[in-house]
Design a binder for this molecule. Sequence first.
Ligand code: AMP
Length: 435
Amino acid sequence: MPFSKLGLCDPIVKALAELNYASPTPIQEKAIPVVLSGENLIAAAQTGTGKTASFVLPILEMLRKGETQRKKRIRALVLVPTRELAIQVSKSVEQYAKHLSLTTLAMYGGVDEKPQKQKLIEGVDILVATPGRLLDMHSQKAVYFEELEILVMDEADRMLDMGFIESINKIVERLPEDRQNLLFSATLSNKVRDLAKTAVHNPVEIAIAARDASKPNIEQWLITVDKDMKSSLLSHLIQENDWDQALIFIETKHGAAKLVSQLEKRGITAEAFHSGRSQDVRAKVLADFVAGDVKYLVATGVAARGIDIDELPRVINYDLPFPADEYIHRIGRTGRAGAPGEAISFVSKDNFKNLCMIESRLGHLIERREVEGFAPRKPVPISILNYVPKHKREPQDEEGSRLKQDKPSSPRRKPAPRHRRKPANHTDGKKPSRD
Ligand code: AMP
């Protein structure tokens, strides 16, 4: 089906043609008509499915018909978990709105507020913001919500994992009740559904099958290794295999800096990517990595959320991620668009339970490969599939401490929106898949 059949105007279709988008992806085909009809939407879709365009395109279509923005009064708000995603989404808006006169701004913390305030004064139709900075700017009266028509919560599960529930609730309380709400999330966990109950009434639900993490073009394997041998194992693999590029995930920012210097001592140049580096440095490092000028990027999982790099040949889980869904997200950054990719995990004995959870989540064991000279002194037992943890661990932040946990939001009742949106079901009778 061509984009023009989805009810998008010529200037939008033209911009898509210029980007060489031949036809809509499945999420776009399902979501665009729902959004254009004015209904609330919950969509289970991961990064890489084309989900950004699935909400940006119909929003542009709807907003282009209305009055243009007034000073500081935004018309659509996209909440995102990270600065990187804010930049990425607003770039997409700019690309798709190239032939329209609608404006966008990426608003996030860690940088000077002044340019963002100035842009709001000049007028912004679609604001893409991280929750903390947005609340801050709202309390300073730099932004007003009275004319807001559409709220999008992008990567809702990640926002909740990162402890943004209170900020999101505060923001939602300040928005006009008569608005359209769209929620996108890789997983529709109970926490996400709790959030949807308070903010997204009578939604249409659509689910797009996850890019199958265990699909053949991502080769997954693991190496069992003692903790104190991981950095020499990594150097060995890089030097033996002469890898062109690798995104290396590590738990803490301190660990990232240490690993970079350990690699450097062995003649390998790498860059660290974590929240302890300034936004400008991170943007530069990321651009260099995308351009291939930086070959090895050592990133904390928290900082790397939302980074979307096409054609990444491999990811290394230097530290095994938690929870299991995070493993799926991480390895999904390679093997895109049919290109081959590999995902290699370093596993030491104290990762055993975590490994059981990941392999249970995948439904199969990950192939183990031995690297000569690195056999662990403490062997890692073979996992028990269908492992159920006694106590669920909580996600960690970059310092390895617990992220502020979001209490399950109490199902506060909000008055129904003035224009009731009729419930509908676009899942063809299927329940949305978990991921
Ligand atoms: P997303 O899931 O929104 O992060 O998008 C993943 C990638 O797919 C981005 O690089 C988009 O530019 C690209 N993309 C989105 N929609 C289409 C489409 N219909 N045809 C081709 N590429 C697309």
